[in-house]
Design a protein around this ligand. Structure first.
Ligand code: FES
Length: 112
């Protein structure tokens, strides 16, 4: 099974971690099923940006982002070329390295 290296995030996994993910599930579900409580405000329906992650390795193995995802990503905090909405990014058979950005748009609104 492919592994997902999750880089340290102050809130969700301060030390960073490595999880296994079944091909075919979203990065978001993989994280959640391993106790990494990434935000997913729209319940994974590609309507918010709170599940934003930056895919540091393995980006090209993922399914391509659809237009709706691209449009939403433009609004995400800390957008990078390898950004994805984790609920829309499906794990293939390659290992991934994923970074959860420090903030989401929700945090940003709260003025942090
Ligand atoms: S959970 Fe809302 S876009 Fe992924």
């Amino acid at each position: 099974m492919p592994q997902i290296v999750v880089l340290p995030h102050v809130e969700y996994c301060p030390e960073g971690t490595v999880i296994e993910a079944e091909p075919g599930i979203s990065i978001c579900d993989a994280l959640l099923s391993h106790g990494i409580e990434i935000e997913h405000a729209c319940e994974k329906s590609c309507a918010c940006t709170t599940c934003h992650v930056v895919v540091r390795e393995g980006f090209d193995s993922l399914n391509e982002a659809e237009e709706k995802e691209e449009d939403l990503l433009d609004k995400a905090w800390g957008l990078e070329p390898n950004s994805r909405l984790s609920c829309q990014a499906i794990v293939a058979d390659e290992d991934l390295t994923v970074q959860i950005p420090k903030y989401t748009i929700n945090h940003a609104k709260e003025g942090h």
